[in-house]
Write a protein that binds this ligand. Structure first.
Ligand SMILES: O=C(O)c1ccccc1N[C@@H]1O[C@H](COP(=O)(O)O)[C@@H](O)[C@H]1O
Length: 215
């Protein structure tokens, strides 16, 4: 069985990038969202991205970003994918994909079975989907809250058109169960591999990737 591909999101320091690469993750995520403890300036993200080893895909996470913001990020940071983690409509996802010439991953918040309909809505316009827990009402962050959803909602799902990642409240302790229950072949984590909000922990990153790929 092929390895599970892991994305570690919210890197802020060169040491984080090294830990992600050493652990064998496939994707490194950089957050551009002012309210996040993982928020990066464009200059800092550029410096980090330039240090990424070949083969580690660099993903910029944005939340309802306007064109000027995206132009700046894409113009200055070497990237492999955009992660849209706000309320972007399907039309806006298609527009961003066309304008920037990068693969786009749309995050979809899941709380109950009804939310799964959004997967069909966004599949035609996104290159990948990120199936995440829906944030609680009034939350500051639309993701990165360490909250999971009922993974059984994904059991027995029909075929989805696009590659997808599982996210939301994953940790080194629960990721193997999550993979087993959902059949995910890609997983994404942020707070579950931190020692404090915004501070990644190399041991947790290593443990997370190993646990995900042990399945
Ligand atoms: O990580 C953040 O700060 C963040 C901010 C705004 C939107 C999304 C964010 N993170 C993404 O959320 C999911 C789940 O995170 P967690 O593992 O539950 O902490 C993950 O995909 C991050 O990419």
């Amino acid at each position: 069985m092929p390895d599970i591909r892991v994305k570690i999101c919210g890197l802020t320091r060169p040491a984080d990038l090294q830990a992600v690469a050493d652990a064998g993750a496939a994707y490194a995520g950089f957050v551009f969202f002012a309210k996040s403890p993982r928020n990066l300036s464009v200059a800092d993200a550029r410096a980090l991205a330039l240090q990424a080893p070949a083969g580690l895909a660099k993903v910029a996470l944005v939340v309802d970003a306007d064109d000027a913001t995206l132009d700046r990020i894409v113009g200055e940071v070497p990237l492999d994918m955009l992660q849209l983690h706000g309320s972007e409509s399907p039309d806006r996802v298609a527009e961003i994909r066309a304008r920037h010439g990068l693969p786009v991953m749309k995050a979809i918040g899941i709380a109950d079975a009804g939310d799964l309909q959004k997967i069909d809505l966004y599949s035609p316009v996104a290159d990948q989907l990120l199936i995440d827990a829906k944030p609680p009402t009034g939350a500051d962050l639309p993701g990165g809250n360490g909250l999971s959803f009922d993974w059984r909602l994904l059991q027995g799902r029909k075929y989805w058109q696009k590659p997808w990642m599982l996210a939301g409240g994953l940790t080194p302790e629960n990721v193997a169960t999550a993979v087993r229950l959902t059949g995910a072949r890609q997983v994404d984590v942020s707070s579950g591999v931190e020692s404090a909000p915004g501070v990644k922990d190399a041991d947790l990153i290593r443990a997370f990737v190993a646990a995900a790929q042990a399945e």
